[in-house]
Write a protein that binds this ligand. Sequence first.
Ligand code: ADP
Ligand code: MG
Length: 264
Amino acid sequence: MTDPHRTPKLGGNAGRVSQYLEIRGLTVDFGGFTANRDVDLTLFQGDLRFLIGPNGAGKTTLIDAVTGLVPATGSVTKSGIELLGKKSHHIARAGVGRTFQTPSVFEQLTVLQNLDIACGAARPLRSRLRARHGVPAIVEQALETIGLTAVRDQLTGTLPHGRKKWLEIGMLLVQNADVLLLDEPVAGMSHEERELTGELLRNLGGERTVLVVEHDMDFMRTYATSVTVMARGGVLAQGSVAEVQADPRVQEVYLGTAAEVPQC
Ligand code: ADP
Ligand code: MG
């Protein structure tokens, strides 16, 4: 079967051919239960790919496998370098970052301190031991991108939920992640926060590639440059929003109502 994402698509990756992440035959077995079955998925630079599928389809497991949190077979390469089998901190150093369904930030520290810690994690030990002077440019830049410059000295625990999720994205940016795997980044957000997050995700594109697990079809239609649909651990369909929504197999897994918001 040919993979439509081998050919760069207009929108997310027009004019770019650089292949960022290539997943081939990825299989995850939990003691006899196959949570990911032979998954093929290619992300190109500039992609804002949405990963959708019913609850239990294997979306989180796929991100876990790519980031080294669960053992898997098959292959995951970033610009040709094999990542599968490497430890999760090596995969993070290779530029593949992920967020979790629930925000994992240090609530008792400020926004800036959270970013500084994340930034430090990406530096070699010798440089981490040296005294820090001022705010590194990469942190300033991340604060701008995630729109938190004005609250940089605020305790993270006092921020609204949506801003904690943006901070998590900022923490990936200061680690120089250029492949961002975001597990339900807009879950629990207000309408306004969703729109701002959509714009943020769009701005992240360009030189990076972003994979977003999300169930809100309106949100997906507005921001996705391409879509991969998973069901029962495997890839059911891939293509543009229009292509996957017109696919009878996709409509079937959503009980004939592809336009409806599926439960996560
Ligand atoms: P999704 O994110 O698409 O909702 P998940 O990837 O979380 O789905 O889960 C896929 C399937 O794998 C589910 O049936 C889930 O119960 C199962 N699963 C996930 N993690 C484990 C685990 N550590 N051990 C056993 N089964 C698991
Ligand atoms: Mg999940």
